[in-house]
Design a protein around this ligand. Structure first.
Ligand SMILES: NC(=O)c1ccc[n+]([C@@H]2O[C@H](COP(=O)([O-])OP(=O)(O)OC[C@H]3O[C@@H](n4cnc5c(N)ncnc54)[C@H](O)[C@@H]3O)[C@@H](O)[C@H]2O)c1
Ligand SMILES: [Zn+2]
Length: 344
């Protein structure tokens, strides 16, 4: 079938790729309609690797997708042919210790789309377990469905933050994930979310949402600003979503006593943390890795109008132009959040 294949570092081709997949009793076959480009896809494209995950064989890219069910196994009772669904891209091993402990997100044997050697879903069809498919309500587009995967990260972060009604939050880093954490925090009950970055174009996009207050830390001292805006109290919820070691440990100084801090941004290496300060402030640190049971929540919030996810789709390319879409995403335009590929 036709697929976008990463042949090797910086070498993409849109070509016929031999894939034979059988639809098992609990599986559905989906004709892909929309697929987003993620930071990790761009990383594999430009560098051929992320940490220990190295692209050694041609690999199909893409893991943020939605499409229409065209075939289903005989044990699938909750979907019909013609349903539009989005898909959770990582399938854990059913009886792994992590799954049994309720942490399927950190199962080391997870089979996750477009993580070498596993092929992604930027192709004509995929076969997927129905348990990891989520029906899109009437009126929700496949492109919005493809945004559910990155949105699920924000929902997981909001869950871990244990937000209470009326909390004030700070998000450090206004990339795709930071912006998604901010809109998720609002949907989870925050009254106001500050978001910091050094790139004004990114901040302008996040700042277009009501109750998100951008802070350009190239011009403004973050702690001074937050303390002034919160009458010297600080923020009860903080998400670190830049992945930059340079923001550590300063952003902790924006915390309110008893704050919950969720580390979302990933990095190689270590950062300094002032333990005595954190203890004295009663700060709780949480981490997230991907998501656990968040897709249905994300779909419900978009459907309820509590999250406008469409606004983050900056540009859409047709499948035939998928290589140009990747080049565009890799160029890192500051005013671009999500690049979408339309396969209809
Ligand atoms: N925990 C998870 O499951 C998970 C999932 C997806 C992504 N991530 C991580 O989240 C992070 C963000 O991902 P993204 O796709 O939004 O990346 P991105 O590059 O789009 O966004 C990062 C943003 O941080 C900003 N930034 C960098 N240094 C800064 C500084 N010193 N002060 C303020 N802002 C600064 C950048 O300008 C950029 O806008 C990455 O580290 C990524 O690996 C984690
Ligand atoms: Zn992604």
């Amino acid at each position: 079938m036709k697929a976008l294949v990463l042949e090797s570092k910086k070498n993409l081709s849109l070509r016929d790729f031999p894939i034979t997949e059988k639809t098992g009793p609990y599986d559905v076959k989906i004709k892909i309609q929309a697929c987003g480009i993620c930071g990790s896809d761009v990383h594999y494209y430009l560098e051929g690797a992320i940490g220990d995950f190295i692209v050694r064989e041609p690999m199909i890219l893409g893991h943020e997708a939605a499409g229409v069910i065209i075939e289903k196994g005989d044990k699938v009772t909750n979907f019909e042919i013609g349903d539009i669904v989005c898909m959770e891209p990582g399938i854990p091993k059913p009886l792994s210790g992590e799954v049994l402990a309720g942490m399927y997100n950190i199962d080391p044997d997870v089979v996750f789309w477009a993580t070498p050697p596993v092929h992604g879903c930027l192709r004509e069809t995929v076969v997927h377990p129905s348990q990891f498919c989520f029906k899109l309500p009437k009126g929700m587009s496949a492109a919005e469905g493809a945004m559910i995967e990155p949105l699920a990260i924000g929902i997981e972060a909001a869950k871990k933050a244990r937000i209470q009604p009326g909390d004030t939050a700070l998000v450090v880093g206004c990339g795709t994930i930071g912006t998604i954490c901010a809109i998720s925090a609002l949907a989870a009950g925050c009254s106001k979310v500050f978001i910091s970055d050094v790139k004004q174009e990114k901040l302008d996009i996040a700042g277009s949402y009501a109750n998100i207050v951008p802070v350009n830390t190239a011009k403004t001292d973050l702690r001074e600003f937050i303390m002034k805006e919160t009458n010297g109290v600080g923020c009860g919820i903080i998400f670190e979503a830049s992945g930059s070691p340079r923001v550590y440990p300063d952003f902790f100084r924006c915390a309110k006593k008893g704050a919950k801090v969720v580390l979302v941004g990933m990095m190689n290496g270590t950062v300094p943390i002032d333990v005595a300060y954190l203890q004295g402030m009663g700060i709780t640190i949480e981490t997230i890795f991907r998501y656990i049971n968040c897709f249905d929540r994300a779909v419900a919030l978009v459907n309820a109008g509590k999250i406008d996810i469409k606004r983050l789709i900056s540009k859409t390319f047709k499948f035939d132009d998928a290589i140009a879409a990747y080049e565009y995403a890799a160029a890192g335009h500051p005013d671009v959040v999500k690049v979408m590929i339309d396969l209809t």
